[in-house]
Design a protein around this ligand. Structure first.
Ligand code: C2E
Ligand code: CA
Ligand code: CA
Length: 566
C-alpha cells in the first residue's frame, strides 16, 4: 500500500447510525462515541439527507434493515448507485438469518447481528472496515506517473480531498510548479536530459511536500502539483529549485511556482489548483521572481483575459481592430525627415474602449490566436502602403510585427510575398520586425526563415534589442537589416554615464553589423539631441509622434511631402 495517512488515525472519524428504534441508537452511541463522531438518522429518507449534508466526512454507515418510511435494503441500493456515496462502506444491522448474505450481495461491506456483539468487537470491526475502504479508494485509483513515480493528478485530487475531510482545521496551500519553456530544453538538449530534469523536479517536489505533511503529483508534461501545510514563505523551496539542477542545463531552467492559500475547504480542488496555476502563469518570462501567490487582481485579470479571448473572433469580424502608424524619423539630415513607420494594432472594444496591445498580444500568443491578428495587420498595412504610394507618389516603408509563433508557419514566406505582390509593392517596402527574444529561443528555425525572406529582398528589423538575454556572440551573427534599440535604454541615457555607455555599445554593435539603428521610446528633446550626437540614424517615439490612426498619419505624409505638390 502507498504511504498511509498516519495522522488520520489520530482523528475521530464520523459515522452515521440509521435505526428507527431509539434504544438501538442509544446503545450503539454508547459503544461507538468514544472512538467516533456519531450521527443518527431514524429512517432512510432522513439518512439520505444527512448523507448529502455530510458527504465529505462520512467514513461509514451502520444501517438497520427493518425500518418504516424507507427500509434499509432500499437505502443500500440507493447508496451503491450514487457516485457520491458509493465509496462509503455500509454495515448492516440485522437479526434476521439469511438477510446478511442478501445484504452483502447488495453491496454492504459487513454486518453486525443483533443483539449486539461485544462492544470491542463492534468497534474493531468498524475500524477494520473503514481502513479497508480507505485502502480500496486509494488502491483503485492509484495511478502513478511512470517517469517520476509521483501520483497522477486525478488520484492526487482524490487524496487531497481525503486530507481535507479528516483535517479540516489545517490551512492548506495548493501549489503549481512549472518550468518556463520546457519544450525548448527537450528540443535543444534532447528528451533524455528533459526526462532527467523532470525527475529532479519530481524529487524536489516530493521531498518538500513530505516535509510539510503534504503530497505531490505530476500533471501534464512539466507541471507538478503540491498540496501541503500552509507556508508563509517559499524561500526554502525557491533555494532548492535554484540549486537543484546542477549538471542539467541549469542555466536554461527557469522554474516558476504559483501558490493558492486555501483557508476554506469549500472550494473544489480544481478551483484551488486553477488559481495556483493562474499565479504561476503570471511569472511567464519573468526571470526575477520564482514564486507568486494568487490574489484577487489576478482573478480579475484572468476574467478580463478570458473575455478578450472570447471576443476576438467577433472583434475581427466586426472590424474592431485598427492599425495605427508611428513614424520613424531620419535624424541625420539637416532637419528630421519622416522616412518609415511601424504598424501597431489597436482594439476598439465595444465595452472596454481602446484596449492596449499589452493586454492582449501575449494572451493571444499563448492561445495561438495571434497569427490571425498578425495576418490581418500585415494585409491591412500592405493596403495602406499601396494607397499612399498611389496617392502621393512616395514610398514610406512600414514595418509590421512578426510573432514568434508566425515563424513556425510553413507558409509565412509565400503569404507575405503574395501580399506584397497583390499590392504592387516591392519587398523592401514592407519591413518585418522580429523581437530579439524570438531569436534567442529558436535560432535555427528563425534564421532559416529570415534568410529566406532576405534572399527575396525583404528587410528584417530586430525589435527590442537589448531587452533580452542574447549573447553578443550570437548577435554578431544575426542576419538583420535594421536594429531597433529597446526603449528601456532611453530612461537613463540623459541621466547617467553607464546608460549612455550602453547606448554607445549598441551603436557599435550596429556599426559592426553594418545596419542602422532605430531608437525607440524617445520622448524628450534632450534624448533626441544626444542620440543625434551619437550617430543614431532613426528615432521612433512620442517626441515626434505617438502612434496615429491611418487618417492622421496620412496628414503627416501630406505635410512632410507637401513640396511635391506645391
Ligand atoms: P513594440 O513592437 O516594441 O512597439 C513599440 C511600443 O512602444 C508601442 O506600444 C508604442 O506605442 C510604444 N511607444 C512608442 N514610442 C514611445 C515613447 O516615446 N514612449 C513610450 N513610453 N512608449 C512608446 P504599443 O502600440 O502599445 O504596442 C505594444 C507592443 O505590442 C509592441 O511593442 C509589440 O510588441 C506588440 N504589438 C503591437 N502591435 C502588434 C501586432 O500587430 N502584432 C504583434 N504580434 N504584436 C504587436
Ligand atoms: Ca515592434
Ligand atoms: Ca520594440
Amino acid at each position: 500500500m502507498i504511504n498511509k495517512l498516519t495522522y488520520l488515525e489520530k482523528l475521530k472519524k464520523t459515522i452515521l447510525v440509521v435505526d428507527d428504534e431509539y434504544i438501538n441508537r442509544v446503545m450503539l452511541g454508547e459503544i461507538l462515541s468514544e472512538r467516533f463522531n456519531v450521527l443518527y438518522a431514524e429512517n432512510g429518507i432522513e439518512a439520505l439527507e444527512m448523507m448529502q449534508f455530510n458527504e465529505n466526512v462520512l467514513s461509514a454507515v451502520l444501517l438497520d434493515l427493518m425500518m418504516p418510511v424507507m427500509d434499509g435494503s432500499k437505502l443500500l441500493d440507493i447508496i451503491k448507485e450514487d457516485v457520491r456515496f458509493r465509496r462509503i462502506p455500509v454495515i448492516v444491522l440485522t437479526s434476521e438469518k439469511g438477510a446478511e448474505v442478501e445484504s452483502l450481495r447488495r453491496g454492504a461491506a459487513d454486518f453486525i447481528t443483533k443483539p449486539y456483539d461485544a462492544p470491542e468487537v463492534i468497534v474493531a470491526r468498524l475500524e477494520r472496515i473503514i481502513e479497508l475502504s480507505e485502502d480500496r479508494v486509494m488502491i483503485q485509483s492509484t495511478e502513478r506517473d511512470e517517469l517520476t513515480g509521483l501520483f497522477s493528478k486525478s488520484f492526487f485530487y482524490e487524496y487531497a480531498q481525503l486530507m481535507d475531510r479528516y483535517q479540516s482545521k489545517r490551512i492548506m496551500d495548493a501549489v503549481v510548479i512549472n518550468i518556463d519553456g520546457f519544450h525548448l530544453i527537450n528540443e535543444i538538449y534532447g528528451r533524455e536530459l528533459g526526462d532527467s530534469v523532470l525527475k529532479r523536479l519530481a524529487d524536489i517536489s516530493r521531498d518538500y511536500a513530505h516535509e510539510n505533511e503534504g503530497i505531490a503529483a505530476r500533471g501534464r508534461a512539466d507541471t507538478f502539483y503540491l498540496y501541503l501545510n500552509h507556508q508563509d514563505s517559499y524561500d526554502r523551496l525557491e533555494d532548492r529549485l535554484k540549486n537543484g539542477f546542477t549538471g542539467l542545463a541549469s542555466s536554461h531552467i527557469n522554474v516558476r511556482v504559483g501558490v493558492y492559500v486555501s483557508p476554506d475547504t469549500e472550494q473544489t480542488m480544481e478551483n484551488r489548483f486553477d488559481r495556483a496555476r493562474l499565479a504561476c502563469n503570471t511569472l511567464r518570462g519573468n526571470f526575477q521572481r520564482t514564486v507568486a501567490f494568487f490574489d484577487e487582481e489576478m482573478q480579475h485579470n484572468a476574467i478580463f483575459s478570458q473575455r478578450l479571448i472570447y471576443d476576438i473572433h467577433e472583434g475581427i469580424e466586426q472590424k474592431q481592430f485598427e492599425i495605427f502608424f508611428q513614424p520613424k524619423y531620419d535624424i541625420q539630415q539637416d532637419k528630421p525627415v519622416l522616412k518609415m513607420a511601424e504598424a501597431l494594432i489597436r482594439w476598439r472594444h465595444p465595452e472596454f474602449g481602446m484596449v492596449s496591445p499589452f493586454a492582449f498580444i501575449t494572451l493571444f500568443e499563448e492561445n495561438g490566436l495571434i497569427s490571425n491578428l498578425d495576418h490581418f495587420v500585415w494585409s491591412e498595412t500592405a493596403g495602406y502602403i499601396h494607397k499612399w504610394k498611389e496617392k502621393y507618389g512616395v514610398s514610406i516603408p512600414v514595418s509590421v510585427n512578426v510573432s514568434r509563433i508566425d515563424i513556425y508557419d510553413d507558409n509565412i514566406v509565400s503569404r507575405i510575398e503574395r501580399l506584397v505582390k497583390d499590392n504592387g509593392l516591392s519587398p523592401d517596402e514592407l519591413h518585418l520586425e522580429i523581437t530579439e527574444s524570438a531569436y534567442a529561443e529558436n535560432v535555427d528555425q528563425l534564421i532559416k526563415v529570415v534568410d529566406t525572406f532576405r534572399d527575396k529582398g525583404f528587410l528584417i528589423e530586430l525589435d527590442d534589442f537589448g531587452a533580452g538575454y542574447s549573447s553578443l556572440n550570437m548577435l554578431a551573427n544575426l542576419p538583420i537589416d535594421v536594429l531597433k534599440m529597446d526603449m528601456k535604454f532611453m530612461q537613463g541615457v540623459t541621466k547617467d554615464e553607464k546608460s549612455r555607455r550602453m547606448v554607445q555599445i549598441i551603436m557599435e554593435i550596429a556599426d559592426f553589423l553594418n545596419v542602422p539603428v532605430v531608437a525607440e521610446g524617445v520622448e524628450t528633446a534632450e534624448q533626441y539631441r544626444l542620440l543625434k550626437e551619437m550617430g543614431c540614424q532613426y528615432i521612433q517615439g512620442y517626441y515626434f509622434s505617438k502612434p496615429l490612426p491611418a487618417s492622421e498619419f496620412e496628414e503627416l505624409i501630406i505635410k512632410e511631402y507637401q513640396h511635391a505638390y506645391t
